[in-house]
Design a protein around this ligand. Structure first.
Ligand code: AMP
Length: 539
């Protein structure tokens, strides 16, 4: 089955094509036709199954078929990061549709969000706390809401959002379609579903079971040796990017500091950080600039980061569900990964139910013996030794000296930093083309004023660096030289002929249109589109 088999709006089909979705995942295959037919859906789905597309695709399609009149869809998410991620998918899929969306989340500009609400963006993606705060000062017009989506409902429950969620739902029109997605289905969620949905169709996709594509290991280790073992495994195993989960915010800070001291290039994220810090840390991890992120469970649910190949539970999670969510960050959709849990004597009580749940799938290794022997605990599926990989991911001067564990001098690292990337010169830029090459990587083509062309065949990670540097480029001159979109282009009707970009090639005018749309929605463009936008001169 392909997406062509659904009767989707053409502009949405183009968005699907742009982001490379051709076949629906099982949850999408089941939920899209139901949602398109107006049915309430109760989705029990593991993260990484394509759950976001399962509701975003049909909701966008439905909104496109209706007259434009205020905010039509409200999506509630437990965390800011998940809300941003959903919004990114709306932006990418809805790129050619002309629909607007905005995130209403803590840690970001309150008044801009209020303006977006007043402007009546088509979709709002919100965390309950911030939406309630907005409702206290604004007379939020929910009268046009036709679609309510609760994502990661069990997490919202765990985080104590249920009263807020109920309060918000009380203000919504009773005539609406309600979709509820949850990784687990405890009694409270079933009760909530009964209260807020009408005869929902239950869709179950591989519930509460670690993904088969994740190899699971537990290393029994003296608590004092966890850091040493972590460093050893990072050096020994084959991986491209790694999340290390800790139990507490303090533990996260400490571990980040310790790993950095050992010369490892690492970021961290937890709930006490400002939104700006959280976004920066997550972006540098997502775009590959930093290969390791240390995090509390704030990163355990719903966050989709491509190619996370290694999860290390530095601290054993409190509950089996948390374990499943943490290791679900790897082995996403069509990828495989490895999840490692470090278990000290103190952790054994918490670890027992995890071990029971995982059963034979979990390989238990003596971490202490391993550290003594210097091997990584091999088996047939033992990943290849890849110290080279870790080194490649670090800046040359940050390499750990394997004999002494000592980081090299800081001054050298700083010098390397300053030499790392040369600021691109945008002064002569006429336009920017973005397209995908055969490997699916984005290709940025800068068209310079006379006839010279500079092609940078880089992944978004590299482009991000260029964005930082571009601040130094003379903006005024570049602005004069870049073409502003015409009014006609800005005001194209949804799905009109003019709004269709050539396949796999996005012109600068389109990007401006997207930027304009975001500006209207009072939010910065994010993800790859944010990156693309960042290349454009400011007007
Ligand atoms: P989610 O469960 O929504 O977080 O999605 C997990 C990952 O699967 C994300 O990287 C999506 O971009 C990807 N994905 C979702 N649907 C599809 C699809 N139909 N084809 C290919 N990738 C998909």
């Amino acid at each position: 089955m392909t997406f062509k088999d659904f009767d989707l709006n053409e502009s949405l089909q183009m968005g699907l094509q742009d982001i490379g979705f051709t076949e629906p995942t099982p949850i999408q295959e089941k939920s899209i036709p139901l949602i398109l037919s107006g049915q309430d859906v109760l989705g029990a789905a593991q993260t990484g199954t394509g759950k976001t597309g399962a509701f975003v695709i049909p909701i966008l399609n439905q909104i496109l078929s209706e007259p434009k009149e205020g905010t039509k869809a409200l999506i509630l998410s437990p965390t800011r990061e998940l809300a941003q991620q959903i919004d990114e998918q709306i932006f990418a899929l809805g790129y050619h549709t002309g629909l607007s969306s905005s995130t209403i989340i803590g840690g970001e500009d309150f008044s801009k969000q209020a303006e977006a609400i007043r402007a009546g963006v088509d979709l709002i993606v919100a965390t309950p706390g911030r939406l309630i705060d907005q409702m206290k000062v604004l007379d939020v017009d929910f009268s046009h809401i036709k679609y309510l989506i609760l994502d990661e409902a069990d997490r919202m429950l765990d985080m104590g959002f249920l009263p807020d969620v109920n309060h918000i739902i009380d203000k919504l029109p009773k005539e609406r379609q309600t979709l509820l997605f949850s990784a687990t289905m405890p009694k409270e969620i079933q009760n909530l579903a009964q209260k807020i949905q009408k005869n929902p169709e239950l869709i179950k996709i591989a519930m509460s079971k670690p993904s088969n594509s994740v190899a699971q290991r537990a290393y029994q280790v003296d608590g004092r040796e966890k850091l040493k073992l972590t460093q050893f495994l990072l050096d020994e195993l084959e991986w491209t990017s790694c999340i290390i989960f800790t139990a507490t915010k303090r533990g996260t800070d400490q571990l980040e500091r310790l790993l950095s001291k050992k010369g490892i290039n690492v970021a961290s994220i937890h709930g006490d950080r400002s939104q700006d810090e959280r976004t920066k840390a997550l972006n540098s991890f997502k775009n590959g600039k930093v290969p390791i992120i240390v995090a509390t469970d704030v990163l355990a649910r719903g966050i989709d980061i491509a190619d996370v190949s290694l999860i290390i539970n530095y601290d054993v999670p409190q509950a089996v569900d948390d374990y499943i969510h943490r290791i679900g960050r790897t082995g996403r959709y069509d990828k495989s990964g490895m999840a490692i849990t470090l278990v000290s004597k103190k952790d054994s009580k918490l670890f027992r139910p995890i071990k029971d749940k995982a059963g034979k799938d979990l390989e238990i290794i003596d971490g202490d013996a391993l550290l003594k022997s210097g091997s990584s605990g091999s088996g047939d599926n033992q990943p290849k030794k890849s110290s080279e990989k870790l080194k490649r991911k670090q800046k040359p001067e940050e390499k750990t000296d394997s004999k002494t564990d000592a980081p090299k001098e800081e001054s050298k690292a700083k010098k390397a930093d300053s030499q790392e990337v040369k600021a691109p010169d945008f002064s002569n830029v006429k336009s920017l083309d973005v397209s995908k090459n055969e490997e699916g990587n984005y290709v940025f083509t800068l068209k310079n004023k006379p006839s010279t062309e500079t092609t940078s065949q880089e992944k978004p990670a590299k482009a991000k660096t260029a964005k930082k540097e571009s601040k130094s480029a003379p903006k005024k001159q570049a602005a004069k030289q870049a073409k502003a979109p015409s009014k006609k282009q800005e005001k194209q009707p949804r799905g009109s002929k003019e709004s269709r970009a050539p396949k796999k090639k996005i012109e600068i005018k389109k990007i401006d249109k997207a930027a304009e749309r975001n500006k209207k929605a009072h939010k910065p463009a994010k993800g790859i589109w944010g990156l693309i936008k960042s290349f454009l001169p400011k007007f």
